[in-house]
Design a protein around this ligand. Structure first.
Ligand code: NAD
Ligand code: TYD
Length: 358
């Protein structure tokens, strides 16, 4: 059989990665899609049940920090492209345990870059090579209200251990381009929402707590502002940049959709109560202001003009309807939520793989 273009997607069992894997498996039947994931607490193969039997999909259980394993995988499978999403991704966890963020996000990315470089320098392919690093807007630091949105030339100024680790990984990706000529692209995206997000992040946490009648913890006064983008719009942007972005360039991805946290939580209360058939205002009293996050960035806002003008990408979901669909998804996937919140998926997959779960 002729060799197919082989794309290695890391972190494909996580929230955004599962949407990227699903999109690529379905849209590119000619590609061989390998999902490499360590299956930490955030990785759940239930997220990919609908594509796991597709002939162009393969799951590999492994750690991106394991350079020897990566060397073998690149050579055995003939990897032509990488879409790198594997990471520790939760700011609050990074405040509690920064080291694992440096390990996975920095050293793991470095190992992946090195494996790609060694393999691509020493082998030929009929397919273009590309290393796409998926990063965050948080590398740019925080904006004041009224300040211009982050663009690709905004100076990096990370504040949390999470954003510092992602900024560092971005620098290594650029260094591999500038030093060794590795064909890289970087995308820096704003906050994502949508199905399969682990309920430690604001939106799924609130939906779950509203259903259960538990407090909705709003940090500080709820005045912090985030730009929210539907995860499928992020996956579509990654598809565009992976295929048509220019080597060595970075692209900002965002929803042009800034919201104060308190307003997001109030909107979630309204939508969730309505979809549960509860009277308006039932869950208002659950909103609870709690101690602020240390070093909490005030505002993120993305200028995605470069992506729009150069590659024609536009978000297709509006926030109100995207959020409504997302709440509906969580309400109709109680089993998924129950497995994730109880940790049942971890013991299930731990029994299938010789797992090194945290
Ligand atoms: P997530 O935490 O839901 O998923 C991360 C995945 O990576 C999990 O499946 C996990 O098992 C896997 N993983 C972790 N360590 C690994 C390792 N050492 N080796 C192999 N796999 C490992 O994260 P997410 O929210 O889907 O974010 C994915 C990527 O997108 C991250 O790089 C993140 O920085 C970036 N990003 C996220 C957002 C957001 O709003 N969530 C926004 C912009 C960028
Ligand atoms: P989060 O979903 O953790 O994403 P990030 O920190 O990467 O932006 O948080 C989104 C915003 O919501 C952020 O300003 C912190 C805030 N937040 C709360 O107010 N309460 C919570 O329980 C959580 C998890 C977040």
């Amino acid at each position: 059989m002729a060799k197919r273009r082989t794309i290695l997607i890391t972190g494909g069992a996580g929230f955004i990665g599962s949407h990227v894997v699903r999109r690529f498996v379905r849209m590119y039947p000619d590609y061989h899609i390998i999902n490499l994931d360590k299956l930490t607490y955030a990785g759940n193969l239930e997220n990919l049940k609908d594509v796991e039997k597709e002939p162009n999909y393969q799951f590999v259980h492994g750690d991106i920090c394991d350079l020897e394993m990566l060397r073998g995988l690149f050579a055995d499978e003939g990897v032509d492209g990488v879409i790198h999403l594997a990471a520790e991704s939760h700011v609050d966890r990074s405040i509690r345990d920064p080291f694992v963020f440096a390990q996975t996000n920095v050293l793991g990315t470095l190992a992946l870059l090195q494996a790609a470089r060694e393999y691509w320098e020493n082998s030929e392919s009929n397919f273009p090579r590309r290393f796409h690093h998926v990063s965050t807007d948080e590398v740019y630091g925080a904006l004041q209200p009224g300040e211009a949105a982050f663009c690709e030339t905004t100076r990096y100024n990370p504040h949390s251990p999470y954003s510092a680790s992602k900024a560092s990984s971005d620098h290594f990706v650029r260094a591999y381009h500038d030093t060794y000529g590795l064909p890289v692209v970087i995308t820096n995206c704003s906050n994502n929402y949508g199905p399969y997000q682990f309920p430690e992040k604001l939106i799924p946490l609130c939906i779950h707590n509203i259903c259960e009648g538990n407090p909705l913890p709003v940090y500080g006064k709820g005045e912090n502002i985030r730009d929210w983008l539907h995860v499928e719009d992020h996956a579509a942007a990654i598809d565009e940049v992976f295929h048509r972005g220019k080597d060595g360039e970075s692209y900002n991805i965002g929803g042009i959709n800034e919201w104060k946290n308190i307003d997001v939580v109030k909107l979630l209360v309204r939508i969730t109560d309505e979809l549960l058939g509860r009277p308006v205002g039932t869950s208002d009293a659950l909103i609870t202001f709690v101690k602020d996050r240390a070093g909490h960035d005030l505002r993120y806002a993305i200028d995605a003009e470069k992506l729009r003008t150069e590659l024609g990408w536009e978000p297709s979901h509006t926030f109100e309807s995207g959020l409504r669909e997302t709440v509906q998804w969580y309400l109709t996937h109680e089993e998924w939520v129950q497995h994730v919140t109880s940790g049942a998926y971890e013991s299930y997959y731990a029994s299938m793989y010789d797992s090194s779960k945290k």
